[in-house]
Design a protein around this ligand. Structure first.
Ligand code: DC
Length: 228
């Protein structure tokens, strides 16, 4: 069977990462969470005082320190891919509210995007990859054979994020998470450099009312149609 590139884009907390990871497992493809890469760069900025929740991002200093940042993935004992920042497993830290609050402005910096997009394109060189993010079908792999754009209402997405964080033992407030989801949507869709938008040839998956199993079946059906 021919190997393809599957690009899954959509709003934050639309469930696309879980979906993309599961799809990759089912079809035996490599999975890359591109959002995790932007989160790792954001963590670096926070740790080095180059981004502060109220002071914003020191763009010039962060750009000058980009050569010091290495982002990679390692398979953890739970067989889930963990994101590493300069070799350190930071999977847990990059999912917290501090990083979530600062990641959109960091991801809007063109130099950060150029660096991470080049890395992402390297992962797709041999195809057989599922990658999820915001610009995978539009900028990273415009030639991807299968593109999916995932949509869900901000209320449903905020509730999912709250459930996900609470399941990990992180106590959060729904209103705070809802505000964060809306603010990230605003920045992600209005930034100058490759804003979040549906590629003209992407399949739309509106998942407000679909169960996980229904979504997976839908994705597998599309995948088999395209690769047959
Ligand atoms: O998917 P996520 O919520 O982990 O993504 C974190 C942030 O990174 C999100 O605010 C937008 C940004 N992002 C991006 O700009 N481009 C991507 N390909 C993936 C994520």
């Amino acid at each position: 069977m021919k190997k393809i590139i599957v690009a899954i884009d959509g709003y934050s907390s639309s469930g696309k990462s879980t979906m993309a990871r599961q799809l990759a497992r089912e079809i035996g493809y490599l999975y890359v969470d591109s959002g995790a890469m932007y989160r790792a760069v954001t963590l670096f900025a926070l740790r080095h005082g180059l981004a502060t929740p109220h002071g914003g991002v020191d763009v010039e200093s962060l750009v000058s320190r980009l050569p010091e940042i290495s982002v990679s993935f390692a398979l953890a004992p739970d067989s889930i891919q963990h994101t590493c920042l300069n070799g350190e497993d930071v999977e847990r830290e990059i999912r917290g509210m501090e990083v979530s609050e600062m990641v959109s402005p960091v991801a809007a910096i063109p130099e950060v995007r150029h660096r991470l997009v080049a890395l992402q394109q390297g992962y797709g060189r041999d195809k057989g990859i599922v990658m999820d993010g915001r610009d995978i079908g539009t900028a990273v792999f415009p030639e991807a054979e299968m593109k999916v754009f995932v949509n869900a209402s901000p209320e449903v997405r905020a509730q999912r994020r709250v459930d996900e964080l609470r399941a990990k033992g992180v106590e959060v407030d729904y209103d705070e998470v809802f505000a964060n989801v809306c603010e990230r949507d605003r920045i992600d869709t209005t930034r100058k450099e490759s804003p979040l938008r549906q590629a003209p040839d992407a399949l739309l998956l509106d998942n407000d009312h679909l169960t996980r199993d229904e979504q997976m079946q839908w994705l597998l059906d599309r995948f088999h149609e395209i690769t047959k």
